[in-house]
Design a protein around this ligand. Structure first.
Ligand SMILES: CC(C)(COP(=O)(O)OP(=O)(O)OC[C@H]1O[C@@H](n2cnc3c(N)ncnc32)[C@H](O)[C@@H]1OP(=O)(O)O)[C@@H](O)C(=O)NCCC(=O)NCCS
Length: 150
């Protein structure tokens, strides 16, 4: 968050992304805890105090770019780009800080209006423009696409 390359707050369409403050986090917890939201998240339950601490500690961490998202001054979601070391050959430092988790969450009351799309676009812009990343790829294969050798 404190990385000198990254400018905050940042616009994302009609939204504004900015660093979290303590007063935001009760509302963020309310938005992330409904069953229809957590079914899509990595952690179904979180300890509220640990959650608050992690978000506030992240403000001082140059590898964590986590923001609350305001619409007309109201926090309606969150977005994050958390940089971590890549999977690869651990020689030298070339593999350090080369991967990231990118995600976002939008209050169900504001869903379906393109806000997640705007948040994700802003986070990609942060990665490629401000952090200077040059590439990204994901590889996946479905079982139905797999043809074992005869
Ligand atoms: C998944 C989630 C982020 C979607 O948020 P959202 O704001 O409703 O998403 P968007 O409005 O940007 O996109 C949803 C749909 O609305 C459409 N849409 C509606 N208005 C739009 C607009 N003005 N601009 C762009 N897309 C629009 C999008 O095309 C998209 O359609 P699709 O589902 O066919 O792809 C939200 O439901 C959520 O927070 N879920 C829980 C957390 C989660 O799963 N996060 C993602 C993984 S980290």
């Amino acid at each position: 968050m404190t990385s000198a390359q990254v400018a905050w707050p940042r616009a994302a369409g009609s939204l504004v992304l900015r660093p979290p403050m303590s007063d935001d986090l009760d509302g963020v917890l309310v938005q992330r805890n409904p069953p229809d939201v957590i079914r899509l998240l990595l952690r179904t339950t979180v300890d509220p105090e640990a959650f608050r601490r992690a978000w506030l500690d992240g403000v001082e961490d140059p590898d964590q770019h986590a923001a609350v998202t305001e619409l007309d001054g109201l926090v309606i979601g969150t977005g994050w780009l958390n940089v971590r070391d890549g999977v690869g050959q651990p020689d030298g430092d070339a593999w350090r800080g080369t991967e990231a988790d990118l995600g976002c969450l939008v209050d169900p009351a504001h869903a379906g209006r393109g806000y997640a799309t705007a948040i994700a676009r802003s986070m990609f812009d942060l990665a490629f423009t401000e952090l200077g990343w040059i590439d990204g790829f994901t590889y996946g294969i479905l079982a139905e696409e797999w043809h074992p050798a005869p």
